[in-house]
Write a protein that binds this ligand. Structure first.
Ligand code: DON
Length: 562
């Protein structure tokens, strides 16, 4: 009875909180707000704030709920990053990126001397030691205020009693059915005896509920030790994977100093390595600060050119320098985010002509779009920006038998192998080669912006390397062009990543004239589908209101708050 009423309560609240206003008005709330890719999970987080919890409490509850309701990317078997800003301005970050297990090495993706894509991306060896549970627990232990168990329990209930499959989830599960066939536990969890779920069905995940219950009762030990760890190890041993109980027990989340920058008087707070996000976003903003984007006009070819050129340069540096700071000792972080360096970069930009990315260096492998970001602000205006991922949609697609959760394939974010840099998209530069205990370089860019000592904006997105540029553009949209949160999320996005040397532009996002002018400047343009799924909160300081932007590029997202 209790359980059923919880699910019904969540469902009812979701409906009430989802009334998006006409046009591009943001969702407004005064007390607190959670914006995520799952309306059910946003509601779970908002209820925590409503009950007096703070932003970290709400983030923990939302993250666990997403692991149930948004299995594409919500997870306990993956990893990610939290950027946190307290109302008093103190900021910190938590790194719970996956780590390479014992037995990993830079050449582990070679089979008979040849690079093996499937081994790298689609196998038990592609799984990194998961970090999510440790990271959420570390953030909660340091900053949370509500009992841990209370924050995990809503997810236990959703997994045990089930939730209604949305149209979007049904489509996504059906599209992945073939890949689940390889793993009986995955097929059992995400299909009805091999038949796809339909919208309106109830998806129950009993094994996941039991694992979440162990986490609720025991904290990280319920995941990294005991039954859950034994189940992971068993599956690894049976399938040529590397992760052992020892790797799990050793895993530690890390608190890291945030990347701090400024942009036109706003304070930028970003995620440091092993994410490249904070550095790249700050570097691009520093370059763009030297131009009057507002005067050039939103969507003008001139602006798009300058933005693309700043992207090109940040991505070149990312590739050359960045990796896990505990392994790569010589990262020039201070230089990359300095205003002086931005001055130098700006001098290399011709305002009327595209630069050329050097073809002697490498291009990039393709990436999926499946990560997830959410933003949280509580009653005191503490803020959490959290992005986490399984890497591909549904990660490795491997559900741990008996444990009910999906494992990541994050090892695919390590470079292919030493010297394996090819025009076809392999990367072999040293900073991001696999090593035991090392964390693979990420593009996830959870970011918080402050103004006049107060919170101003919480932003982030999935999208592989496009994440960095999506986050950049949400900030430009609000700061330079005065858009509200929803307009900033809706606006068209572009992506340049140095190599391949082209600008991808969202279809219908830009005028034909602007695109033609860019081509005239020497840019190669490709028109593509959606870029990212940014979930944004802007704090309207004057009105003391939170304004949420929900990204409708993906189904099921929602802002919850009041
Ligand atoms: O950490 C990273 O940068 C990637 N593993 C994120 C993957 C991703 O965003 C895929 N899609 N959204």
């Amino acid at each position: 009875m209790m359980r059923r009423s919880f699910v019904l309560l969540v469902a009812a609240l979701v409906v009430s909180s989802l009334t998006l206003q006409a046009g591009s008005a943001p969702v407004r709330a005064r007390t607190g707000m959670v914006v995520s890719q799952s309306d059910i999970a946003s509601e779970v987080g908002w209820q925590v704030i409503r009950g007096g919890g703070n932003a970290i409490d709400a983030a923990v509850a939302t993250a666990f709920a997403l692991a149930v309701t948004h299995p594409t990317a919500g997870n306990i078997g993956g990893g990610g990053f939290i950027v946190y800003r307290a109302a008093n301005g103190q900021a910190t970050s938590f790194d719970f990126r996956e780590a390479a297990p014992a037995g990993s090495n830079a050449e582990m993706w070679l089979k008979d001397g040849k690079y093996d894509f499937d081994l790298h991306h689609n196998s038990h060896r592609s799984v990194g030691v998961p970090g999510t549970v440790a990271g959420l627990h570390m953030a909660w232990k340091e900053l949370g205020s509500k009992p841990w168990k209370d924050l995990v329990t809503p997810a236990v209930t959703l997994a045990r009693d089930g939730f209604e499959v949305s149209h979007g989830l049904a489509r996504s599960l059906a599209g992945t059915l073939d890949e689940f066939q390889k793993y009986p536990a995955s097929l059992a969890q995400f299909s009805k005896n091999g038949k796809p779920y339909e919208a309106g069905d109830i998806l129950k995940q009993p094994d996941l509920a039991r694992t979440l219950q162990r986490i609720a009762d025991q904290g990280p030990a319920g995941f990294y030790e005991g039954e859950t760890a034994a189940l992971i190890e068993k599956d690894m041993k049976a399938n040529g994977g590397l992760i052992t109980r020892e790797d799990l027990k050793k895993y530690q989340a890390k608190k890291r100093e945030v990347i701090k920058g400024t942009y036109r008087g706003y304070e930028i707070i970003g995620m440091p390595p092993p994410s490249s996000g904070g550095i790249a976003v700050t570097q691009m903003l520093n370059v763009l600060e030297g131009y009057d984007l507002k005067a050039n006009g939103y969507g003008s070819a001139q602006n798009l050119h300058l933005i693309a050129e700043s992207m090109r340069r940040a991505f070149a540096d990312r590739a050359q320098y960045l990796g896990d700071p505990d392994f790569v000792m010589n990262m020039p972080v201070a230089r990359l985010i300095s205003k002086e360096y931005a001055d130098t970069l700006r001098k290399s930009i011709n305002p009327n002509k595209a630069s050329k990315s050097s073809p002697t260096t490498f291009t990039w492998p393709t990436e999926s779009q499946e990560t997830t970001h959410f933003s949280v602000v509580d009653a005191n205006r503490n803020a959490v920006s959290l992005t986490y991922t399984l890497e591909y949609g549904y990660g490795s697609r491997i559900v741990v038998p008996g444990a009910g959760f999906l494992l990541n394939n994050e090892m695919g974010d390590f470079n292919a192998g030493p010297g394996l840099t090819t025009e076809q998209g392999l990367i072999g530069t040293p900073p991001n080669l696999a090593q035991v205990g090392k964390r693979m370089l990420s593009s996830m860019s959870p970011t918080i912006v402050a103004k006049d000592g107060q919170l101003f904006m919480v932003t982030g997105s999935p999208g592989g390397r496009t994440i960095i540029n999506t986050v950049l553009m949400t900030i430009l949209n609000v700061v330079d062009f005065g858009m509200n949160a929803q307009e900033a999320v809706d606006a068209g996005r572009i992506h340049h990543q140095w190599l391949p040397d082209r600008i991808s532009m969202e279809r219908f996002g830009f005028s034909a004239d602007a695109m033609k002018t860019l081509q005239g400047m020497g840019h190669t343009i490709s028109e593509g589908g959606n870029q990212g799924v940014a979930e944004v909160i802007v704090f309207n300081q004057k009105d003391n209101m939170l304004e949420g932007g929900v990204d409708r590029r993906a189904p099921d997202g929602g802002a919850a708050g009041k």
